[in-house]
Design a protein around this ligand. Structure first.
Ligand SMILES: NC(=O)c1ccc[n+]([C@@H]2O[C@H](COP(=O)([O-])OP(=O)(O)OC[C@H]3O[C@@H](n4cnc5c(N)ncnc54)[C@H](O)[C@@H]3O)[C@@H](O)[C@H]2O)c1
Length: 441
């Protein structure tokens, strides 16, 4: 199994083979409590249907990690997941429908939050307030206002908050980042991200229907507006509806934009953001987010561009998604499988030496979970601490705000306001439906 030591060793070897230096992402954050080497780490999962469960499975592969509680608003999910423990003859975690029951449990050291995006903020903030560490799925949350208050809570309470941007723990991504940083591509003039996925076109519409048995639908909606149940807006496909998710830009965008921010060492908001798009491809589908979108990020001395097309799965370089760094000497193109270099030339003269394709070892998620556990136990720096998740979510949300307002967006980071567009500024923080209250830190 890949542990952190082999992750560092592999990364260093990958980097050494390319004649570049290996640099793990630095974290400015350190844990408030470091557990002893022999202490068990007791985790609880909130939102167990899909990704949260996958996170828990890889956390349970780490030594001395146990699951004390599972929380979900769908009883069928809880039954299936507790069945997994029963089948394996493992102690069966307690179950809860209200996440606050889990947070009240003083034996829980850390929570995994695998709920839809509109349900990341409250449990994360309250977990920090309860002194827990948090592994929260990406995007950090569903709005700029929420990611800001989550950042404040983590900083105030000194919780370790790892965001589920597991590419930060991928050895081949680390090699790609180091290659870009080495300067061998020349001057980077543009960073481009693209994500073409069939699911981004939305499903065929279905009528509103009865709430499935065993589901506490009011709790699933939580702070989002009340509306009748519709299967298209539930497990998995909520992503294409504004009250719960931000479409392909926040779903895949945060992973890919994060690679641009990492390699280019971006520590601030973009200078400006513009976006154009719409539902152009499949006008009969059930979705609110644009199936077609281009976002232009003005940066100092270069540009970043996000582009997505829902409903297709082909793209540049024969990749349906990816990131490319366009330099004066060559272009680096990466996805989760590999990265490649396309050198430039002047006549017969190549501007850089060829570089062999670098393959992924597909261990990024396991490494990411191991990193979280080691951060709690030994104080290792987190690979995707909340500041990292905050920045890529900020970029993604600013893209959606530019699209919805149809105006150029300039975000003032110290004021936490959009100064260029009243329409976009008004959308920074969602209104929470009572009895849920937007958290105050
Ligand atoms: N890191 C990755 O590569 C990756 C991949 C897929 C999904 N994700 C992220 O994981 C999160 C979950 O996505 P998914 O695909 O698993 O969604 P999903 O709809 O399949 O599962 C979400 C689960 O959360 C439960 N839930 C909803 N509200 C709840 C509440 N208040 N308390 C407890 N449980 C609640 C739902 O009943 C459901 O079981 C999203 O933020 C998504 O962006 C990350």
């Amino acid at each position: 199994m890949t542990n952190r030591r082999t992750f560092i060793k592999n990364s260093a070897a990958a980097a050494a083979g390319l004649g570049i230096s290996s640099s793990l992402p630095a974290s400015i954050w350190s844990p408030s409590t470091v557990l002893g080497a022999n202490d068990r780490i007791r985790v609880a999962l909130i939102g167990a249907h899909n990704m949260g469960w996958y996170d828990l499975e890889d956390l349970l592969k780490q030594p001395d990690v146990e699951c004390l509680a599972l929380c979900d608003v769908d009883n069928r999910v809880l039954e299936e997941r507790t069945g997994w423990f029963r089948d394996k003859g493992l102690p069966v975690p307690s179950t809860a429908v209200d996440y606050r029951t889990v947070l009240d449990n003083r034996d829980v050291d850390a929570v995994v939050i695998g709920t839809p995006d509109h349900w990341h903020c409250l449990p994360t903030v309250e977990a920090c307030q309860a002194g827990k560490h948090v592994y929260v799925e990406k995007p950090l949350a569903n709005s700029v206002g929420e990611i800001n208050v989550m950042l404040d809570a983590a900083r105030k309470h000194k919780s370790l908050v790892q965001v589920g941007q597991q590419q930060r723990s991928g050895v081949h991504w680390l090699g790609a980042m180091d290659f870009v940083k080495s300067g061998r591509l020349g001057t980077i003039r543009q960073v481009k991200f693209w994500g073409n996925f069939n699911y981004g076109a939305g499903n065929m519409p279905v009528p509103d229907s009865e709430v499935p048995e065993g589901v506490d639908y009011d709790r699933w909606l939580g702070p989002a507006p009340k509306r009748p149940f519709n299967r298209n807006r539930f497990h998995g496909s909520w992503r294409m509806f504004r009250d719960y998710g931000g479409g392909l830009l926040t779903d895949w965008g945060v992973h890919l934009i994060d690679m641009g921010l990492w390699a280019m060492d971006v520590q601030s908001a973009p200078v400006s953001v513009q976006a154009l798009g719409g539902n152009f491809a499949n006008r009969d589908r059930a979705l609110e987010m644009p199936d077609t979108l281009t976002v232009l990020y003005e940066m100092e001395g270069y540009n970043m561009i996000w582009e997505h097309n829902g409903g297709i799965e082909t793209g540049p370089y024969d990749q349906n998604y990816g990131v490319k760094f366009i330099g004066t000497s060559g272009t680096l193109v990466a996805d989760r499988d590999k990265w490649r270099i396309f050198p430039e030339r002047d006549g017969d003269e190549w501007r850089m030496d060829p570089v062999a394709e670098q393959k992924s070892d597909f261990q990024s998620h396991l490494n990411h979970c191991e990193n979280f556990v080691r951060a709690i136990r030994y104080g290792d720096p987190l690979h995707a601490e909340i500041g990292i998740g905050h920045r890529s979510a900020l970029f993604a949300h600013l893209g959606n705000l530019a699209f919805w307002s149809n105006e150029r967006v300039v975000y003032n980071e110290s004021k936490r306001r959009i100064t260029s567009s009243e329409k976009a500024d008004a959308l920074i923080t969602p209104e929470y439906r009572a009895p849920w209250k937007f958290p105050v830190v």
